[in-house]
Design a protein. Structure first.
Length: 354
């Protein structure tokens, strides 16, 4: 592989804004499969959403939330089912598409399941205005116990309210006949299929309300779930904790910069100006944020190249020259000097030693 690459430090072309919110690939894959089962073309769905179905095979991968929005609306159009989001919640078990769903099934009680949903909900879907706080708030009011969804701008994508509340209403029915939802309030207007809301929720629905909330039967807080052995809960919690740490690291400035740099090291766009533009901030703002985390852009880039170089060389699938190209060096000799500075060994010596 011939590297005709100059590592640029200035004048990189703009890369466009980066998506801020993500969703589990398993949820997107579940929606795609559900829509295909209802008559949608898989190629048309993936094409409209700009998704490669192969990228959805790993349920732990992340998909830009904006792509999921496009996928949902394409699925509704291609199936001719305006209530598809409700039907997706009704027919596809959350535990089949999300580690968060599995955790709720492994919980002892509905109250514990709800706590896990709040703790790990960001793994399923990141939403506006919540961050690391609880998305769902439980309050005891004069007329009963209410669960309120605190996400911001819900009317921009009411389909998420439909799937979220649809699963909350439908899922508990497998554990008992007592109705879980007694009343529902949603902030969006009646979409024209209000009867489906009433059927799936099993309760009256108020459209155009001041909040998205469900009034639930208090008896459900102690209702037993435990659909899996208790040890499974520990295994799943450990897995979810690891995924949450990965997600949180990606949200740090360093994590976001690294995620933007990795696929572009070999293109010559590994510069601070381009990364700052993609993040929607000035170069000075990016500098300050990295400094607050104890790193510089140059140091971060150097460390990323070192780690990727060691990864490529230890895999023994690419040559030293190809590794140099992949991490952004146009001159193999310059790469060798950098590698020796990192490890004290030349690339070939290091490869032989590992």
């Amino acid at each position: 592989m011939t590297a005709q690459l100059k590592v640029m430090t200035d004048g990189c072309r703009a890369l466009g804004p980066a998506p801020q919110l993500t969703i589990e690939a398993g949820i997107a894959r579940g929606l795609l499969k559900f829509a295909v089962a209802r008559g949608a073309s898989p190629a048309a769905l993936a094409g409209r959403a700009g998704l490669d179905p192969a990228d959805l095979d790993d349920p732990d991968r992340r998909v830009p939330f904006e792509r999921y929005v496009v996928l949902m609306r394409a699925a509704k159009a291609l199936t001719g089912d305006p209530a598809l989001a409700l039907h997706y919640a009704e027919h596809v078990d959350f535990s089949e598409i999300s580690v968060v769903g599995l955790l709720t099934l492994a919980s002892e009680t509905m109250l514990e399941a709800f706590a896990q949903m709040n703790r790990y909900g960001r793994l399923a879907v990141e939403v506006e205005g919540v961050g690391a706080g609880d998305r769902f708030e439980v309050t005891r009011e004069r007329d009963g116990l209410w669960v309120t969804d605190r996400r911001q701008n819900p009317n921009a994508f009411p389909e998420l309210t439909e799937t979220t509340f649809g699963r909350m209403a439908w899922g508990p029915r497998q554990f008992g006949k007592t109705p879980f939802v007694l009343e529902a309030q949603v902030t969006h207007d009646d979409p024209g299929y209000g009867a489906e809301y009433a059927r799936i929720f099993g309760a009256p629905v108020t459209f155009g309300a001041a909040r998205n909330a469900l009034r639930i039967d208090p008896a459900w807080s102690s209702h037993r779930v435990a659909a899996m052995p208790r040890y499974v809960f520990g295994v799943l919690s450990e897995r979810a904790d690891g995924l949450l740490k990965t997600l949180e690291a990606a949200k740090s400035t360093r994590g976001r910069v690294e995620s933007l740099l990795m696929p572009r090291l070999h293109t010559g766009e590994a510069c601070m100006d381009a990364v700052a533009r993609r993040m929607g901030v000035s170069r000075q703002t990016l500098f300050r944020r990295l400094k607050a985390e104890g790193v510089t852009f140059e140091g971060l880039l150097d460390d990323l190249r070192r780690r990727l170089s060691e990864h490529y060389l230890s895999g023994r699938k690419v040559s030293v020259n190809e590794t140099a190209y992949l991490v952004g060096f146009s001159d193999p000799a310059a790469f060798s000097r950098a590698f020796k500075r990192w490890t004290g060994l030349s690339p070939r010596e290091w490869r032989q030693a590992v």
